[in-house]
Design a protein around this ligand. Structure first.
Ligand code: SAJ
Length: 406
């Protein structure tokens, strides 16, 4: 079947760029989101998230008539599910957070009345192993004859900040619930991806995505553990890593204030949850990365106490950066925000700085140059480009992310 129309469910960080790209490649795209304001903004040719180049793609897609947003699906040749797969938050810090695939199930139910024989249904959301089979099950329960529909997983792999380029250039992994579904879906991606489209089965595709993000989490955990050890031993961790990385087979990542974002800090739990105790390294790495934020909080409290003892007054502390990584405005699962919130709640005198955000509902955002001038302790949490050349002479500095070293 030649695909002409695509229905994309979920117009967030993955769904909207995908919809806009396809519409610019001459597919007719019907984008669906449950939030009416998101639908309205997109139909005006505008965007509701920050991502380089996305505005140009959406504007031209809407102006050409190839992209329309709506709150309900319609019949289409192909359906792409790009909804969030968070985890259930758990107050017990020792428990393993369980994945929440409610949005996938709801999105699948929403398309069921429109799915016809010969259609392709693709799950792009990062998902626990077995979720693509669950999509098939939900469609079947909703009356769809799934023996006549191609169902596959093709995990998104794009890096926020480079989404429009990586959507085209990255290799893609496609795993169908049948060999025919794999083939049909892979051929669809080959029409707009310049990277290689690799074929496998649904479970392997699901696990591959979780593996990629767990690999990065484990490697960042190694760097974060090194930073804690170096602090204990009185060694500059940045210098140490630079030296060790001169070995031809060593490539240590960068320590930071913790690991954030909606992917790397979340996806490894999908493996741990299903592993029944067998994912020991992956679980430990996750906990090491979460612990790093607690360690930073303790470090700040100790530094503040030393300052207070020496000067007879509480220090003013500049928290430099709130986003989950450099040069973006995204605060999801951000360790920098977690640390800043905690320091404020513990009664510290905080200037919260985030050059990529104008205002924030919980507390005031302070200009970064003013904050550095006024503060006694400068706590670098995110390596934003604005911070690299700052003059911090005479200040107590805690640089968790090596911004002054790069
Ligand atoms: N981080 C470090 N040290 C490093 C690298 C990253 O502390 O050396 C931290 C960042 O500060 C941030 C977190 O890790 O808090 C995650 O940032 P990231 O840039 O590594 O990754 P994400 O979450 O923006 O995107 C990842 C990517 N996955 C991999 O690189 C394996 C992306 O390709 C995926 O598509 C995305 O997750 C996703 O959606 O799953």
């Amino acid at each position: 079947m030649k695909i002409k129309t695509v229905c994309v469910i979920g117009l967030g960080y993955i769904g909207l760029p995908t919809a806009a790209l396809l519409a610019n490649r001459n597919y007719y795209v019907h984008g669906v989101d449950v939030v009416q304001s998101t639908v309205d903004i997109i139909n005006e040719g505008k965007i509701h998230i920050v991502e380089p180049e996305l505005d140009t793609f959406v504007r031209s897609a809407v102006n050409s008539g190839n992209l329309k947003a709506d709150i309900k699906p319609i019949e289409a040749d192909c359906f792409i599910l790009a909804v969030p797969t968070p985890f259930h938050h758990n107050d017990d810090l020792h428990a393993c957070p369980a994945p929440n695939i409610d949005y996938v199930v709801a999105a699948t139910r929403s398309i069921a009345p429109y799915v016809r024989p010969g259609n392709i249904v693709i799950l792009e959301s990062t998902s626990p192993v077995g979720t693509t089979d669950k999509v098939a099950e939900v469609l079947a329960e909703s009356g769809v004859d799934t023996s006549l529909v191609h169902i596959a997983h093709c995990p998104e792999r794009v890096l926020p900040g480079h989404i429009m380029r990586e959507l085209v250039e990255n290799d893609r992994i496609v795993g169908g619930t049948t060999a025919e579904a794999t083939k049909a879906t892979a051929n669809f991606y080959r029409t707009f991806v310049s990277g290689e489209v690799l074929e496998t089965d649904a479970k392997t595709a699901e696990m591959a995505k979780l593996t990629e993000n767990s690999f990065r989490d484990v490697n960042i955990a190694f760097a974060n553990e090194l930073s804690i050890l170096c602090d204990k031993f009185g060694i500059d961790v940045w210098n140490l890593i630079e030296l060790a990385n001169r070995h031809p087979r060593v490539n240590i990542l960068r320590p930071g204030a913790g690991v954030g974002g909606h992917c790397i800090a979340v996806d490894p739990w999908f493996i741990v949850d299903a592993a029944g105790g067998s994912a020991r390294l992956i679980e430990t790495a996750r906990r090491v990365n979460d612990y790093k934020s607690e360690w930073v909080i303790e470090k700040v409290k100790n530094t503040a106490l030393t300052f207070e003892n020496a000067h007879g007054k509480k220090p003013k502390i500049a928290c430099m950066g709130l986003a989950f990584k450099p040069d973006i405005d995204d605060l999801r699962e951000s360790p920098a925000l977690f640390i800043t919130r905690r320091l404020i709640s513990e009664g510290m005198n905080i200037f919260a700085v985030e050059p990529n955000i104008e205002s924030f509902k919980e507390f005031d955002i302070v200009n970064y140059e003013d904050a550095v001038k006024e503060a006694d302790i400068i706590l670098f949490l995110v390596s934003h480009k604005e911070f690299k050349q700052l003059n911090c002479d005479g200040k107590e500095i805690i640089d968790t992310c090596g911004v002054l070293k790069s």
